[in-house]
Design a binder for this molecule. Structure first.
Ligand SMILES: *Cc1c(COP(=O)(O)O)cnc(C)c1O
Length: 363
């Protein structure tokens, strides 16, 4: 059997026992009971997002978060349109790959991965661009940097662009204003604390008609999926019923625990504890503290640390770390998201301390 681990990664994440238990029922995908559940989860998500259901809707797409981003980009941007991608990390780069695959016209602007997108530069690029759509990542998980979503959206709208936001690892983990967004993508398994398998897409309803007939993929067609939900049919193809049950439970728990602000404060407490400890241990943070998110923290690998050995030692004691995705930078990441508490964080710190002193037994 596999041993339960604490996942300090950007996904998948640890889920509560009750979220796992919620999946112990088999539901029929075309049955009214399941369709009611799906509608109920949609409504709860719109309430969490604090947006009106007159203006916004939720479309579910089977698959991981990337399926949702690919669905939106390849459906929202028509042949005659153009997409401007403002990127500061691996997930911005993934949007470019999606645009390449879908054969979409685009401009790609790459900026520093350890800094938030500059608002002045964003404005200059948006203003000078003939693009119809602008896409960027809210929380760039690559280094754990928060981009100013609200202001970038506002700038994009001033220049009449449709805005696509990948908020995969920030939605439900920090308060945000979504009124200015046209499409926002998140996943069942990041800050919502459900299990992986569903992309959650918030769509502005009046932007949906433009999505008709654009998507080169059958299964990822956002417009067709939206219409199927609007017609009361729900998912066009077999739906991840267990994932939906787990998502419903995860949202219920989020609300019972005090909502998004409370979750953010919890991440912040874990993050603060970790950073204070790591500094004391002589680890250097890669990102300026003011720009570092509380969801994930990036540390420079010290010269005297064999990361693979360190990784194996932490794994032996039940913690999975995550090596950086930053080309040319020797770094690793520690995530705070998912079902983790202060005891987990304190235990991790004790293990790191013992490892650095050479006192940790693990092989
Ligand atoms: C996790 C993540 C994704 C999606 O990755 P999947 O592996 O497809 O779930 C996309 N964007 C960001 C910012 C992410 O953190």
């Amino acid at each position: 059997m596999y041993k339960q681990k604490r996942l300090l990664t950007p996904g998948p994440l640890n889920t509560s026992q009750s979220v796992k238990n919620a999946m112990m029922i088999d539901l029929g995908t075309r049955d009214v009971e399941y369709q009611d559940l799906t509608e109920k989860v949609k409504e709860k998500l719109l309430m969490l997002a604090n947006v009106s259901k007159d203006t916004f809707d939720v479309v579910f797409m089977q698959g991981s978060g990337t399926y949702g981003v690919e669905s939106v980009i390849s459906s929202a941007v028509a042949k005659q349109d153009k997409l401007l991608i403002l990127s500061n990390g691996a997930y911005g780069k993934r949007m470019k790959e999606i645009a390449d695959h879908a054969g979409i016209n685009y401009d790609y602007e790459q900026s520093d991965a350890i800094k938030p997108l500059s608002l002045e530069e964003a404005e200059t690029k948006i203003k000078a661009s003939d693009a119809t759509h602008v896409a960027f990542v809210h929380h760039e998980t690559t280094a754990g940097v928060i981009n100013d979503m609200e202001h970038i959206c506002e700038i994009a709208h001033r220049y009449h662009k449709t805005v696509i936001v990948d908020a995969m690892s920030s939605f439900a983990g920090m308060p945000m204003q979504m009124e200015q967004v046209d499409f926002l993508i998140t996943s069942s398994n990041k800050c919502v604390h459900g299990v992986p398998g569903l992309a959650i897409i918030f769509v502005r309803k009046d932007k949906m008609e433009h999505c008709k007939g654009n998507c080169p993929s059958l299964s990822l067609d956002l417009y067709e999926q939206y219409c199927a939900f609007a017609d009361g049919k729900g998912f066009r193809f077999t739906s991840p019923t267990h994932v939906m049950l787990a998502l419903d439970q995860a949202i219920q728990e989020l609300v019972a625990q005090g909502g998004i602000k409370k979750r953010y404060a919890h991440y912040q407490a874990l993050h603060d504890h970790l950073c204070a400890f790591m500094k004391q241990e002589g680890f250097e943070m890669l990102v300026d503290e003011r720009d570092q998110s509380v969801m994930i923290t990036t540390f420079v690998i010290p010269k005297d640390l064999d990361f693979q050995d360190f990784y194996e030692a932490m794994k032996f004691h039940g913690f999975l770390l995550y090596q950086g995705k930053l080309p040319g930078m020797e770094a690793f990441r520690i995530g705070n998201i998912g079902e983790l508490d202060m005891d987990d964080m304190m235990r991790l710190c004790m293990l790191i301390h013992a490892y650095r002193k050479g006192d940790l037994i693990w092989k």
